[in-house]
Design a protein around this ligand. Structure first.
Ligand code: G3P
Ligand code: MG
Length: 245
């Protein structure tokens, strides 16, 4: 089970402001072997790591990410909303995260947030960035927008993709193959042990989200999932390395 990828969801987001360099650094300190992050695009086409389409919840800014330039987004405080200790944290770019992780062996799960705002050209820019940092072998691109994943696979067959979904899709392993996906990024309750086995027989792995309870982590690992996306990479690290749970 120690091979299970420990994906820190938005970084170590239980104790740091999500999707900041502080959260990514903390995740690796806590033993995460993967980082999940969300990417949107600025008005001038920069790849911005932020979960929401709007700046309001997690920064000192207001309005849509797509209506702001990268230099405007760079002025914002992305830490104070979480805790005063993080005042001055910035909204990072995808380049910053790939630069940070490229010599560390970390798997980076880039979730394309192009379900609400479509961000024309997002797939091309993400792939260009991944190639620029030589991270093709260590990136998984996921999205709830499966058209975007088909596009990514056509543009970059060498980069893994994962379909995000919430419910118990019928024989999802067959559907995933029509999308050309390599992984199933399923909501945690849309995973059964027999499905994990079926998927494996078709060459597909499960990376369920967002699993924060140690018992649920154990059940999923016993079912044979290949990775877990969690806000608590320290808890999962403890289970994987026999330090409690
Ligand atoms: O990638 C797993 C998870 O992050 C998907 O949902 O809303 O947390 O981005 P969300
Ligand atoms: Mg996400």
């Amino acid at each position: 089970m120690t091979k299970v990828i420990n994906f820190a969801h938005r970084g170590s987001s239980a104790i740091c402001p999500e999707n900041t360099m502080a959260a990514f650094h903390k995740a690796l300190e806590q033993g995460a072997t993967g980082i999940e992050t969300d990417v949107q695009m600025s008005r001038d086409g920069r790849l911005v790591l932020i979960h929401d389409e709007m700046l309001n919840r997690t920064t000192s800014g207001k309005g849509l990410v797509k209506d702001h330039s990268w230099s405007e987004i760079g002025q914002l405080d992305a830490g104070s909303w979480f805790h005063e200790d993080f005042q001055g944290e910035k909204v990072p770019s995808l380049e910053q995260l790939l630069d940070f992780t490229r010599d560390k062996g970390t798997i980076v799960n880039i979730e394309l947030k192009n379900g609400v705002v479509l961000y024309p050209g997002l797939e091309e820019r993400v792939i260009e960035c991944v190639r620029q940092y030589g991270m093709e072998e260590r990136v998984i691109i996921s999205s709830f927008n499966h058209y975007a994943l088909v596009k990514c696979k056509a543009l970059a067959p060498e980069i893994s993709t994962g379909i995000l979904y919430m419910e118990g899709l019928y024989e999802v392993w067959d559907y995933a193959q029509t999308v050309g996906a390599d992984a199933l990024h399923a909501f945690k309750y849309a995973v059964l042990p027999e499905w994990v086995e079926q998927a494996r027989s078709k060459g597909l792995v499960y990376h369920p989200f967002t699993v924060n309870d140690a018992k649920e982590m154990m059940h999923l690992m016993q079912a044979g999932v290949a990775g877990i996306i969690t806000d608590f990479p320290d808890v999962l690290h403890g289970l994987l390395h026999g330090e409690g749970g």
